[in-house]
Design a protein around this ligand. Sequence first.
Ligand code: AMP
Length: 287
Amino acid sequence: MEVCRTKSAIRAQLADWRPAPIVLVPTMGFLHEGHLSLMRLARRQAGTTGKVVTSIFVNPTQFGPGEDFGSYPRDEARDFDLMRKEGVDAVFAPEVSEVYDPAAQTIVETTELAKVLIGKLRPGHFRGVATIVTKLFNIIRPDAAVFGEKDYQQLAVIRTMVRDLDMGIEIIGGPIQREPDGLAMSSRNVRLSPADRAAAPILARALDEAEALAPKGITASRLRSHVRATLEAETRAHVQSVDIRDAHSLETIAGPLTRPAVILLAVKFGQVFLIDNRVVQPPQEEP
Ligand code: AMP
């Protein structure tokens, strides 16, 4: 596996490999099974002739003031070992100063999607995401890129940006990987206290309940109240938001569910911000 620290090094490496198809998996490192599942998806997508490229970059511009940029967990040597085992061909792992020119003045923003849901809780977050992903796409120029459905709104932002700006990169979503007790894997889980770690699977349980209730013909607002009550019964869970949106457009839903919907959760345990989601089905139409 080639380790590239600079834009020129990764570009030179990729120039050697082209025209082999290139599949990119961007990460912020501190890898877990969720990341590795995306690398396997990328490996399959790239086939025997293609190359899998990953990035490890904790992107400062997607963290707000007072968020956990400084304390975000890192372990690069372990990450490189795990990537080698997954057959990753090259990793781009630059310093912040290599990526951002202090004189930069250009941003990428999905104007509507960036304002809602997590965008409301974390102002500027999706502008940071869209801008860094655009820069990674321009540096690496992949044919396809793989992102996790765990970050549902992020995936929607990236699909929208690729469509709106004619980037011509295939975007592939990978399913959420979970711990045996249902907690969605996240690099941030290691920062949960033992008591919070024990309480955190409440997100998955609330989503399981919603998944069972949705096909029975409950309205979106009643489903939302039910999920919120389940979460709030866990006193360690500080609910930031519970939203039910159209699974494709992310538009709000009023009244009964008639199309697949996504339940989006954001919950804090102490200082640790966790998200999770589930796509649920409406009642089946009578034949
Ligand atoms: P991160 O390092 O948190 O920025 O995540 C890098 C990529 O891994 C993103 O596309 C995430 O959506 C994805 N990811 C994170 N956690 C999971 C998970 N539990 N299952 C599947 N994909 C995940």
